[in-house]
Design a protein around this ligand. Structure first.
Ligand SMILES: Cc1cc2nc3c(=O)[nH]c(=O)nc-3n(C[C@H](O)[C@H](O)[C@H](O)COP(=O)(O)OP(=O)(O)OC[C@H]3O[C@@H](n4cnc5c(N)ncnc54)[C@H](O)[C@@H]3O)c2cc1C
Length: 520
């Protein structure tokens, strides 16, 4: 192996990938990221902030308790406790990297309240700017770290496995116009490739979040977990934009109401808390109205009114861009795929079941979220576990970076992802129709058949990865004959105590169950 071949390869340049790279310094790291660094990552779009029990009166125990309730019975408590315990240290790391978290007059971190948190616990930056500010600080620090080489605009499409050990990645330079894969070897591979939102027709995620990382690991034989659990944000702004912009939950906290086109407050008969019901209940209420052709609108005209631009500048901007004045008009909304609780199974140090392969961030299923993520726990999970991957890799033999390592950084010049192909459009439509907010056995079987037909005709590694992820979501959702957290089946609308457990599966195991699932 020559010098070029023994850096740690990190797939993904979001919070998890960049934090891991920084924590590994001065060891040689190559970050491979599908978009130019800082772009194409959900991390940069996070509006609320990071959950951490650092405020007065808050404790790790309370944070863990809230996480367990949100996760609906299947959170791994030890993992959630580890995450909550390390939150404060990781926030201080981010401060050291230059993240300008809000502070009070005495210099203490300012924390605010968010739905389903029993205490004020969200560390923010200037209202809704957390994601952007965190990523700006990390990108800047990465650019000034000589041990990190960045390959921006390169898409990882497959893992190189030799003698049962992951030892490299095959990447595509999409801007080259050729579909030739370039092999890159490394001492270890860390997947930090984010979520799967773009598998759905309506999503808040960037186009890069299409399950490529999950699919790649699954196709290499890695153990996966909890793949049936997708979280839908109830109120994406429904103006035909892809990705869909968010109308923050704080608007409902302010008293905004949900109406259909006949002016009915449809959440009132559905839940005692009406618009303030849990996220998944509101998502289902809105979805049913939209499906029935009655539409759903968030009316902020009375609750927020004239102060909208000042109080919610980001949402105001999205609405005005779409020709809706939220001061006087209700905002059309629809649920959107937002966060993936499932993913590549890892232990508490980010180790996967495959030697040489590690993972961190949304691409993983550590067990911290169970069936439903507690808001603002995902940025936290990304920093805690990427840091643990770096620490665990520190015990392995790694190479210090040569002085000129970061000078090897390159950018493919790619700015925007290619538009979706027709098969990708069909897949996204299918996932939204049958594996979305409301699911049932017949619909999911139909989806699974479509996915398998698409698989027969697929001719790129990239699309095979995407389809493997979609197939795993479909199989695991069909298999779980109950409703829990983000997984709601109209044919099994209740929780079943026998299903109060996580799901662990390999792609091979999932595929073996397909004939019986389709026949049942
Ligand atoms: C609109 C929005 C608001 C949110 N708000 C919050 C919030 O307030 N608090 C919170 O905790 N969470 C929030 N979340 C969730 C949170 O942002 C994500 O879970 C988290 O940022 C995931 O970080 P990550 O590093 O794992 O993935 P990402 O930040 O998505 O980064 C993934 C990286 O992998 C790259 N990539 C993907 N596929 C490939 C491939 N095949 N090859 C090479 N590179 C690849 C991408 O380009 C990207 O660089 C929000 C999400 C969205 C979409």
């Amino acid at each position: 192996m020559d010098r070029q071949d023994d850096s740690v390869l990190i797939i993904g340049g979001g919070l998890a990938g960049l934090f891991c790279a920084l924590k590994l310094a001065p060891k040689a790291v190559t970050v491979i990221t599908a978009a130019p660094i800082g772009r194409g990552a959900s991390s940069a779009w996070a509006q609320a902030g990071i959950a951490a029990a650092v405020g007065p009166g808050d404790t790790v125990d309370k944070h863990v308790a809230d996480t367990l309730i949100a996760g609906d019975g299947i959170v791994d408590e030890a993992v959630a406790r580890l995450m909550a315990t390390q939150a404060s240290d990781r926030i201080h790391d981010l401060l050291d990297y230059g993240v300008p978290f809000d502070r009070d007059l005495e210099g203490h971190l300012q924390v605010s309240r968010e739905a389903a948190h029993s205490e004020s616990r969200i560390v923010r930056v200037r209202g809704d700017m957390a994601g952007r500010a965190i990523m700006q600080a990390l990108v800047e620090t990465v650019k000034n770290t000589p041990s990190i080489r960045v390959m921006g605009g390169y898409i990882a499409e497959g893992l190189i496995v030799e003698d049962g050990r992951v030892c490299g990645v095959e990447v595509l330079d999409e801007s080259s116009g050729e579909d030739r894969l370039i092999p890159i070897r490394g001492s270890h591979v860390v997947i930090a490739a984010g979520g799967i939102g773009h598998l759905y027709e309506v999503t808040t995620n960037p186009a890069e979040a299409r399950g490529g990382g999950v699919g790649m690991a699954a196709r290499a034989g890695a153990r996966m977990a909890d793949l049936e659990f997708v979280q839908f944000h109830p109120t994406a702004i429904n103006v035909g934009k892809d990705p869909a912009p968010l109308a923050t939950e704080a608007l409902r906290g302010h008293g905004a109401t949900l109406l259909n086109k006949d002016g009915e407050r449809f959440m009132v008969p559905l839940h005692p808390d009406a618009e303030l019901a849990p996220r998944d209940v509101v998502a289902r209420g809105i979805f049913r109205e939209v499906q029935a052709g009655r539409g759903a609108f968030l009316d902020c005209t009375e609750a927020v009114g004239k102060t909208f631009a000042e109080e919610f500048p980001t949402v105001y901007g999205y609405c005005m861009e779409a020709g809706i004045d939220p001061v006087t008009q209700p905002i059309p909304v629809v649920p959107a795929a937002h966060y993936f609780m499932g993913g590549i199974w890892t232990d508490m140090d980010g180790r996967t079941s495959l030697p040489g392969l590690w993972a961190c961030g949304e691409v993983t299923s550590t067990g911290a979220h169970g069936a439903n993520r507690l808001a603002s726990n995902s940025l936290l999970e990304a920093v805690v576990f990427s840091s643990r991957v770096a620490a665990a890799l520190g015990g392995e033999t790694l190479t210090d970076a040569p002085a000129d390592w970061s000078k090897g950084s390159k950018d493919s010049g790619r700015i925007e992802p290619r538009p979706d192909s027709e098969p990708m459009k069909l897949l996204r439509k299918t996932m939204s129709a049958h594996l979305g907010v409301l699911r049932d056995g017949e619909g999911m079987k139909k989806a699974l058949r479509t996915i398998m037909e698409l698989e027969r005709d697929a001719n790129t590694e990239r699309f095979h990865n995407v389809l493997a992820t979609a197939k795993l979501v479909a199989v695991c959702a069909l298999n779980r004959t109950e409703s829990r957290g983000g997984h709601f089946r109209t044919d099994y609308p209740n929780e079943d105590p026998a299903w109060k457990r996580r799901t662990f599966v390999t792609l091979e195991q999932a595929e073996a169950t397909i004939p019986s699932l389709l026949e049942s």
